[in-house]
Write a protein that binds this ligand. Structure first.
Ligand code: AMP
Length: 280
């Protein structure tokens, strides 16, 4: 397994691989890897000749009061996990090398990214789209795998690829959960013991809504209110709970088509997200 730090070297290597006929698969991450990330590598591995994983805590997708400095990092452990997962190249750029000081071009998605996490985190998806577009150019990937855990991000990236004609196939990876249902996340590490126990409420609220839908409840407000009640039993503060059209991400009043139930809940300073799709 090779570790490449320089963006120029990454691009040069990728172009050479492409010229020799190799297909490149790509899993972008911010590191502090867990089973969720590893599941994406497992999906990508058989689909490509060369598997590239990037580890980059991207500063442009964090707001001024967010956890950029505190974001957990452990490169040595990440390196070992990548090696075991059969990764060929880890792209691990130094923060200062990815952006020019006078960078003035950004990729802005203007519809899907406005609500949900985009509403709570202004500028977040501009940072995400820009770094992902840059990474796609550096890694020259034929395919990339993104997790359903970040459902809005996935749809925004798919839209970017469509609208900018980026020649890459996006594959969706299912959410990987802890035994009790909590979606795996690098940020779970911040939770106190009590918060960790309570954090399962995100998953439970989604499951409860699914069960209610299963017995005929299709009113979005009723389902949302029930989810809010589940979260209010804990110390978590609801950032948002929404039922939106799975494609347009516009709020729905009735579940009469595939609907994404999605929520963000803060435990002390730790913001957790989760989602599930209800289909008719
Ligand atoms: P991150 O390192 O949090 O930026 O995540 C990198 C990629 O891993 C993104 O495509 C995430 O959606 C995905 N991911 C994170 N957590 C999970 C999970 N629990 N299950 C599946 N994919 C995940």
């Amino acid at each position: 397994m090779r570790i490449i730090k320089s963006p120029q070297e990454m691009q040069q290597t990728a172009l050479e691989l492409k010229r020799s006929g190799k297909t490149i698969g790509f899993v972008p991450t911010m590191g502090f890897l867990h089973e969720g990330h590893l599941s994406l590598m497992k999906i990508a591995r058989p689909e490509c000749d060369v598997l590239v994983v990037s580890i980059f805590v991207n500063p442009t997708q964090f707001g001024p009061n967010e956890d950029l400095a505190a974001y957990p990092r452990d490169f040595e452990r990440d390196e070992q996990l990548c090696e075991k997962a059969g990764v060929d190249i880890v792209f691990y750029p130094e923060p200062g090398t990815m952006y020019f000081d006078d960078a003035s071009v950004w990729v802005d998605e203007e519809t899907l990214s406005l609500g949900l996490c985009g509403g709570s985190r202004p500028g977040h998806f501009r940072g995400v789209c820009t770094v992902v577009a840059k990474l796609f150019n550096l890694v020259q990937a034929d395919l990339a795998v993104f997790g359903e855990k970040d459902a809005q991000q996935l749809r925004v990236i798919e839209r970017m690829v469509r609208d900018l004609n980026i020649p890459i196939k996006i594959i969706r990876g299912p959410i990987v959960r802890e035994g009790d249902g909590l979606a795996m996340s690098s940020r779970n590490k911040y939770l106190s013991e009590m918060e960790r126990a309570e954090a399962v409420c995100l998953f439970q609220s989604l499951e409860k809504a699914r069960a209610l839908f299963g017995v005929g409840e299709s009113n979005a407000d009723t389902l949302k209110s029930d989810m809010i009640r589940q979260i209010e039993k804990t110390s978590g503060a609801v950032d948002y709970i929404e039922l939106v059209d799975d494609e347009t991400l516009c709020p729905v009043t009735t579940v009469d088509r595939p609907v994404l139930m999605t929520l963000a809940v803060c435990f002390s300073g730790t913001r957790l997200i989760d989602n599930a799709v209800l289909a008719e």
